[in-house]
Write a protein that binds this ligand. Structure first.
Ligand code: MG
Length: 382
């Protein structure tokens, strides 16, 4: 029986992780959970799973906490659960840069971390690598593309890899011109054609900033330079990514799009186990299509390659300014295409530093947020 701690239990990854645990009570047991600010859902999760330890961002009435369950509210309580070595594996599905400190705490325990959060790798890969080489533990990627690459790489050597082929659904607007994109509304951007995800990542899929973050994430996770990472638009989201080797062989990882699959693989790794996910029927699907996604055409990709080649704190600023821009877009303060301009402006005004301490990363993160907010203010006053 593997004991699992779920960080970000009330988010999209968290609830799907609990679903995997629910489907496999003979293999996985929930040890602890940390939720966000959805008190109703947290209460339901505590009542159903009765984890020994739990935390969240909201106070819960003691009468709603089941007997034998300990619950504390606040960031310190979340960090405490993230540092509890009584579990066998952590799943970190916290959204945004908030996942970073809990991730470092979990890695410090020496346990493996199934990581869905890309921002903490994009911003803090140096610290994360230091930690995993010190403790000999691993990051098991949960992001579907990274899990696919991870699986394709399992039987080969790093030196034999020629290219990583990251697939992107493209969201709903990948064929739109810049003019058409300026008219995209929040409601349109929140609707993803193939994946069921949180709001922030759904907007990021529509802008392709999600793919930009994944280019950087893949580069750091698998130690492959940006020039060897290519993006292909693949609207069906059946091929989750591919690896091209030095002999021309391409390995692909395929399934119906369902995040419970990469979550389950990270939990059961290195084993595979039965899953309730709908089986892939290629005869029914018939067509899988792929389109080149040149960086010149997609500003989110171009800026990601540029930020990656500068390195240091540049990827942190890419992420921070995008988070602020997405927030402003969802509040209807700026237009869809302004998201690109906010990030572009912020990157242009940042002088990259080494990203080898929490302080350096957090300071770049807040500088990026400030700078993005300044630009958004200018747009709003126009
Ligand atoms: Mg992904």
């Amino acid at each position: 029986m593997k004991k699992v701690t779920v960080l970000g239990s009330t988010g999209s990854i968290g609830t799907q992780t609990l679903d995997v645990i629910r489907t496999h009570p003979e293999q996985f047991e929930l040890y602890a959970l940390c939720g966000g600010s959805n008190a109703e859902l947290l209460k339901k999760q505590l009542a159903e799973f009765r984890p020994k330890y739990s935390a969240g961002l909201v106070e819960i009435d003691p009468s709603d906490i089941p007997a034998g369950v300990s619950y504390h509210a606040g960031h310190d309580a979340i960090l405490e659960i993230s540092s509890d070595s009584g579990t066998d594996i952590f799943v970190n599905g916290i959204s945004g840069f908030d996942a970073f400190r809990p991730l470092l705490c979990s890695l410090e325990t020496g346990k493996n971390v199934a990581l869905a959060n890309k921002e903490s790798i994009v911003c803090g890969h140096i610290l994360v690598n230091d930690m995993t080489s010190r403790h000999q533990n691993r990051i098991l990627p949960v992001d579907s593309e990274q899990s696919a690459i991870f699986q394709c790489l399992e039987t080969s050597q790093h030196s034999q890899v020629e290219n990583l082929l990251l697939t992107a659904s493209g969201g709903r607007f990948w064929k739109y011109s810049r003019e058409e994109l300026t008219l995209v509304t929040v409601e349109q951007a929140m609707h993803h054609p193939t994946w069921k995800m949180g709001n922030k990542i759904t907007i990021d899929s529509a802008t392709l900033f999600n793919k930009g973050l994944e280019i950087m994430e893949a580069s750091y996770l698998f130690d492959i330079p940006g020039r060897d990472i290519k993006v292909l638009i693949h609207p069906q989201s059946i091929v989750h990514s591919m690896v091209e080797f030095c002999d021309g062989t391409v390995l692909a990882n395929m399934s119906n799009p369902d995040m419970r699959l990469p979550i389950q693989y990270a939990l059961s790794y290195p084993d595979r186990t039965w899953s309730s996910c709908t089986r892939l029927d290629l005869g029914m699907i018939q067509n899988l299509t792929f389109y080149d996604a040149p960086a010149e055409k997609y500003p989110a990709l171009r800026m990601a390659y540029d930020a990656l080649s500068v390195g240091g704190t540049m990827p942190t600023v890419y992420n921070a300014s995008n988070e602020v821009a997405v927030w402003a877009f969802t509040k209807k303060l700026i237009r869809f295409t302004d998201i690109y301009d906010v990030v572009d402006y912020t990157l242009q005004h940042h002088i990259a530093q080494n990203a080898d301490s929490i302080e350096a990363i957090e300071s770049a993160d807040s500088e990026g947020r400030n700078s993005a907010s300044v630009y958004i203010d200018k747009l709003v006053r126009k």
